[in-house]
Design a protein around this ligand. Structure first.
Ligand SMILES: NC(=O)c1ccc[n+]([C@@H]2O[C@H](COP(=O)([O-])OP(=O)(O)OC[C@H]3O[C@@H](n4cnc5c(N)ncnc54)[C@H](OP(=O)(O)O)[C@@H]3O)[C@@H](O)[C@H]2O)c1
Length: 269
């Protein structure tokens, strides 16, 4: 017997950008085989078909897998068409989680788009509605226009971008935070001194230490790896609770700004 999963039941998701074609299919097949159950994609990644092939080949019952994709900027005015295309490319009859990828305030269609997505949810084509890269001002605009609050907001968080006020705001609103690029894309955060020290003291890897940091903050990291060993390692990491002292140590890394990824100005269609 299988049970329908929901977003609240998973502590980590598998990221698929920028993987495409066979590389994406192989990575998702491996991720499902080692135990990931939330798979994150987006129309913008141009890999929904490749991800769908892996889901179909896995032999895992559909209701056991959470399929999460995102409405791209070009589709804010064609929500229904976008949904039909995503369902077809993914080869599924419903989405578990559908997000607006970026708010694009310069276009100004996102509250209306969210309203249209809610109609698809009422029809049973989408289980949970989400957003990505939404700041409180964008969540306010959605609430004002539709009366609705997304279940989840996927944002950039890592030990170099801790954004405590934003996290507190999501908690107040009852919105689950997910983190994209949780390992800061395998960059220098992985080798930062406090991260290395905690990893050594615990006998875990630095990647695991960072993912445990996300988990201990109540964030669901969306991590990518094409390597089965690191996929497993990352899954194990979200069982680890760091102590308050370890958390403070890691969160004390120098903070960087949003740069090109500021949702108020980023025009990603
Ligand atoms: N919503 C958005 O706007 C948005 C934006 C960007 C990304 N995303 C989502 O977030 C996902 C994750 O972000 P990302 O792919 O940019 O970066 P990431 O998950 O932070 O980092 C991936 C990199 O880290 C390496 N890695 C993975 N596990 C590791 C470990 N345990 N130790 C050391 N290195 C490790 C991977 O290499 P190997 O493959 O060799 O292991 C890869 O190079 C994306 O795939 C996508 O689904 C969403």
């Amino acid at each position: 017997m299988t049970t329908q999963r929901n977003l609240a039941s998973v502590q980590i998701g598998f990221g698929t950008s920028p993987l495409k074609g066979d590389e994406a299919t192989k990575a998702v097949e491996s991720a499902l085989a080692v135990g990931y159950r939330l798979i994150d994609t987006a129309t913008k990644y141009e890999n929904e078909e490749a991800v769908g092939r892996a889901i179909a080949a896995s032999g895992i019952p559909r209701e056991e897998i959470l399929v999460q994709t995102k409405l791209r900027g070009h589709d804010h005015g064609d929500v229904r068409g976008a949904l039909e295309r995503s369902l077809e490319w993914l080869g599924v009859e419903y989405l578990d989680s559908w997000m607006i990828h970026w708010p694009l305030p310069m276009v100004g269609l996102y509250p209306k788009a969210f309203e249209q997505m809610a109609l698809a949810q009422e029809e049973g084509l989408v289980r949970e509605l989400g957003v990505s890269n939404f700041l409180p001002e964008h969540l306010d605009a959605v609430k004002e226009a539709t009366g609705l609050v997304p279940a989840v907001d996927q944002l950039q968080f890592d030990p170099g971008l801790t954004r405590p006020e934003l996290r507190a705001e999501l908690t107040t609103r009852g919105i689950q935070a997910q983190s994209w690029s949780p390992l800061a894309r395998g960059g220098e955060v992985l080798n930062a001194k406090p991260v290395v020290e905690v990893a050594l003291a615990r006998g875990i890897t630095t990647g695991q230490t960072i993912l445990a940091w996300h988990h201990s903050l109540g964030i669901v990291p969306i991590a990518r790896s094409t390597n089965a060993q690191r996929q497993r390692e990352n899954l194990e990491a979200v069982k680890i609770e760091l102590t308050a002292e370890e958390m403070t140590k890691i969160s004390s890394l120098p903070q960087r700004g949003l740069g090109d990824f500021d949702p108020r100005t980023r025009d990603e269609r």
